[in-house]
Write a protein that binds this ligand. Structure first.
Ligand SMILES: C[S@@+](CC[C@H](N)C(=O)[O-])C[C@H]1O[C@@H](n2cnc3c(N)ncnc32)[C@H](O)[C@@H]1O
Length: 254
């Protein structure tokens, strides 16, 4: 749904960068307020061998006893949040869902039931992703700054914390959709195209997520089927999830 042509690509809520890496833009800015995450992105772009070593060292620690090794790495992360530990926790935690305690940000997800991928397989992915992000500048900062720098003819893709389902993730509790809508309006006024992913329908269509979307800001609204809820998969292991299909809303200013 992105326009056929645009100048610079901006992704101000980068997370795991699924869209950025698929797109592999020639010129882009990608940012997020989560510091340890941005350490991973910086290493991916400029020092892929460091990223590989971070993973290998931690994988070795879990070889004999996965749970014990994982808990050591988690304790190290919680003592001092950092990209190296986060990298391994993301790949080895339960359901791949990185969850933080509301009160103090403590990373609380238990170890996953799967075996984390081998270092060689990890290295193959690093090399592929390293290639895909060479045109991107990674920055640790709030979305407002990245959006304010976008210029006429640029494209911004926003995937902010979702208000309905992600209150345990990403610090979504404090997020103001109203402020984001103001930044999107500024972009639109400057001739910047904006695409926004946001809560759509949950419970296989039974729940429509009501959101305050200013009239006239978006030209198009689409629903994207996302399959079964990622969070519900995590919370309801072993249950049938036929009632838990999710559709995201995609809003376009163009
Ligand atoms: C829904 S996730 C993005 C997921 C991403 N599309 C992916 O492929 O993984 C939202 C992201 O927004 C970040 N975030 C939350 N508040 C923010 C803010 N005020 N400014 C910038 N990033 C923020 C979170 O750290 C999180 O990584």
């Amino acid at each position: 749904m992105f326009p056929a042509g645009y100048r610079r690509y901006h992704e101000p809520f980068l997370g795991s960068g699924a869209v950025l890496a698929t797109l592999s833009p020639e010129e882009a800015t990608a940012s997020d307020t989560f510091g340890p995450l941005m350490e991973i992105w910086a290493a991916l772009k400029d020092a892929p061998e460091t990223l590989y070593e971070w993973y290998r060292e931690r994988w070795e620690l879990t070889r004999e006893n996965k749970r014990q090794g994982y808990e050591r790495i988690k304790a190290s992360y919680n003592e001092r949040p950092n990209g190296a530990d986060l990298l391994f926790l993301c790949r080895s935690c339960y359901g791949g869902v990185v969850r933080f305690r509301k009160a103090d940000g403590y990373m609380s997800t238990p170890v996953g039931i799967h075996n984390p991928i081998k270092p060689d397989s990890f290295a193959t992915r690093v090399n592929e992703w390293h290639r895909r992000v060479q045109g991107t500048t990674f920055l640790h900062r709030p979305y407002e700054l990245t959006m304010s720098e976008a210029r006429r003819g640029d494209l911004v893709y926003c995937d902010p914390p979702y208000s309905y389902s992600q209150s345990i993730l990403y610090g979504a509790q404090e997020f103001s959709l109203e402020s984001l809508m103001a930044s999107i309006a500024d972009c639109k006024n400057r001739g910047v195209h904006v695409a926004l992913s946001i809560d759509g329908r949950k419970k296989s269509g039974a729940l429509d997520c009501e959101l305050d979307i200013p009239d006239g800001l978006f030209e198009r609204e689409l629903y994207i089927e996302c399959g079964r809820s990622m969070l519900k998969r995590f919370q309801m292991e072993g249950h049938s999830l036929e009632e838990e299909h999710v559709a995201d809303r995609l809003l376009l200013t163009f």
